[in-house]
Design a protein around this ligand. Sequence first.
Ligand code: NDP
Ligand code: 8X3
Length: 252
Amino acid sequence: MVKKNVLVTGASSGFGEAIARKFLSEGHRLILVARRKERLISLVDEFDASDRCLIIGLDVRDRKKIDQEITGLPVGFKRVDILVNNAGLALGLGPAETSDPEDWEMMIDTNIKGMLYFSRSILPGMVERRSGHIVNIGSIAATWPYPGGNVYGGTKAFVQQFSRNLRCDLVGRNIRVSLVEPGMSETEFSIVRFKGDREKAKSVYEKMKPIVGEDIAETVFWLTSMPEHINVNQIEIMPVAQAWSPFSVHRE
Ligand code: NDP
Ligand code: 8X3
């Protein structure tokens, strides 16, 4: 495989970290983005890969900073071949009427706007070069509602529709867009959702085998390695132990 420049948002943990590890182990050049810069530094040190990695510590809600960083990418990293829009989070699992509107804003600003800002900043270069691949990390929550999923599910439905619409915009320009929609996966996701309550987070994956970061990293690596005339549009992945429920019916 030709060595590529791969930008991964949310590379400090979970899927993003696993995706970064996979591409690093395959010899690619990485642009690693997250707020916890120290974790990105440790990852690069572990691979002894400072010559083929660029670390960008930022909050994906900060559009100006994203534009500044992408405009100022150093020689060697200017051409982003693969953008993985992965940074995201869920906050809370309560019903809408008691949810914290600040949590809603945080999810909307991170999961939706962060993805938009990075895509908008990187797309002109891809369009000019007539080459590139955007991989968006959505969720099963985009399609399958569950109690307490409200705004999180809404943000991932946006990710799903944006990914499909982007394909329409980009047809004929030789740029690929793929959407990966995982189900239950043990990362730091539930620790964040339950605001640091590690016991509660652990109980989500009790007595079942969840997806892990490496599973999603393999998927992203596979779909970006497909022949250039192939676009994997959308892929939904669940643990074998997870499936849909019947509709809930309230009876008086
Ligand atoms: P983690 O909490 O382990 O990782 C989330 C990553 O996103 C971290 O690297 C974090 O970095 C980064 N991030 C969060 N907010 C921001 C921000 N404002 N600016 C920059 N980076 C940010 O969770 P996952 O790996 O599970 O989550 C990755 C993606 O996968 C998310 O979009 C999530 O919605 C999605 N997903 C998760 C599933 C699951 O069950 N785990 C299932 C389906 C989808 P830092 O805090 O250092 O900034
Ligand atoms: C995370 C998976 O089912 O907790 O996107 O919403 S779920």
